[in-house]
Write a protein that binds this ligand. Structure first.
Ligand code: S3P
Length: 440
């Protein structure tokens, strides 16, 4: 891919269908959880992107058999709940927070030593949020410096972990999942309480493996399982990723004359904040063909161009749209009036500090359009947009959000565009196909 991607403006809207690639969160979990079973699991619509391939690499290093039938279909065969084996080398989580944090939970109870590394972005991100509760369960984990950054080493303790009740200060599915996965092997049930319910794919999928979980309000309790109680399904079909659909939801809304059919999108209620926010802003979005696939809700989504108005939203909805803030900020730039986003401090510890990155790049494209706050953004809609070269900060969601802005504007060039490979390698070719006329 070119070092700088020039985004061609779209004159007459985008019409056509988009097959939304597999959900990143669910793809990770499908390989991890299948790898703990002892029968082959056929995974379909797996997201073949750098982050999920990091998980495949880690699971293989732990002795799990992963065979690709094609890019999006694989057979994962584990050696049972207690069948992971000591890795011969350092485990590389790449750019993927989900790989690292969930695997920390899975490896903390194992009777062998493991060490993790990752890329520059992951090495900066906070791991204390997982290390602390796992240590409270009895795990022994050592990180670099007082922030417990990568590299991290997990040392076997020779004892079972303790089931705990953890009150998490953050609504984070990665933190919750790490604790629950460690809880699979604990001596008693493990409960996690969150300020707001984060995405629940771990709970949904583990239930499909026969694991007993109970949810009450913002608490979820997992009961430890014995070997025979963990039963891998024969098949897992991964729904399309609403976080990837989000770019087309916003593009289809802000580019005049557009009408897109987004096929096979996961609509798990813990992920659909983007639909609620765009609808409140005035977007024209309809769900069709709603169905359940592998325990997850799925639909086709029709989006047509519409005029937007600014709104305010905050902490309560944040876990349901945490990854969509950059593209929502783009929608807000095209809306009438101000959009006020609060309770978004978690964005500062994503692949990059996304609040700062949005503010910096919007400032280049539309000076005066954004005010960066401690835990959010104020975006002044309809600020004039000019030609500019902007940076993705090596962050996939920044690259795709700026590309959506670019098709609706003129003369936008993006540095480090290949960061899209983290979650949506075909993103730019899909944009090009739609710009040429849209047929699949
Ligand atoms: C993810 C959870 C979210 C999200 C990330 C994927 C997951 O992170 O931002 O892209 O798969 O569990 P947090 O749970 O830390 O907010």
């Amino acid at each position: 891919m070119a070092e700088i991607q020039t985004i061609a403006p779209v004159r007459h809207g985008w019409q056509g269908e988009v097959e939304i690639p597999g959900d990143k969160s669910i793809s990770h979990r499908s390989v991890m959880f299948a790898g703990l079973g002892n029968t082959p699991v056929h995974i379909r619509n797996f997201l073949h992107a750098a982050d999920c391939l990091s998980t495949v690499g880690v699971m293989r290093a732990l002795g799990v058999d992963v065979e690709f039938l094609n890019e999006n279909e694989l057979i994962v065969t584990g050696k049972g709940l207690h069948g992971l084996t000591e890795p011969m080398t350092v485990l590389d989580a790449g750019n993927s927070g989900t790989t690292l944090r969930l695997m920390m939970g899975l490896l903390a109870p194992q009777p062998f030593l493991s060490t993790f590394c990752g890329d520059a972005s992951l090495t900066r991100r906070p791991m204390g949020r997982v290390l602390l509760p796992l240590s409270a369960m009895g795990a022994r984990i050592y990180g670099r410096n007082t922030n417990n950054n990568l590299p991290l080493t997990i040392v076997p303790t020779g004892e079972k972990l303790r089931g705990i009740h953890y009150e998490s200060p953050v609504a984070s599915a990665q933190v919750k999942s790490a604790i629950l996965l460690a809880g699979l092997y604990a001596d008693a049930p493990t409960t996690v309480t969150e300020p707001y319910v984060s995405r629940d794919h771990t709970e949904q999928m583990l239930a499909g493996f026969g694991v007993r979980l109970e949810r009450t309000g913002t608490n979820v309790t997992l009961f430890p399982v014995e070997e025979g109680g963990y039963r891998a399904p024969e098949e897992i079909t991964v729904p399309g990723d609403i976080s990837s659909a989000a770019y087309f939801l916003v593009a289809g809304t802000i580019i005049e004359g557009s009408r897109l059919l987004l096929k096979n999108v996961g609509i798990n209620p813990t992920r659909t904040g983007i639909l609620d926010v765009l609808t409140e802003m005035g977007a024209n979005i309809q769900l069709e063909n709603e169905r359940t696939s592998g325990g997850e809700r799925v639909a086709d989504i029709i989006v047509a161009s519409a005029s937007l108005r600014g709104i305010s939203f905050g902490a309560e909805i944040m876990p349901r749209l945490i990854d969509e803030i950059p593209v929502i900020a783009v929608a807000a730039l095209f809306a009438e009036g101000d959009t006020v986003i609060t309770g978004a401090g978690e964005l500062r510890v994503k692949e990059t500090d996304r609040l700062h990155a949005i503010a910096e790049e919007f400032q280049k494209l539309a000076p005066g359009s954004v005010e960066e706050q401690e835990d959010g953004l104020i975006i002044h809609g309809k600020t004039e947009i000019r030609q500019a070269q902007v940076s993705s900060w090596g962050d996939h969601r920044m690259a795709m959000s700026l590309a959506v802005l670019g098709v609706a504007a003129e003369g936008v060039r993006i540095e480090e565009p290949d960061s899209v490979n983290i979650s949506y390698p075909a993103f730019f070719s899909e944009m090009e196909r739609l710009s040429k006329g849209g047929s699949l």
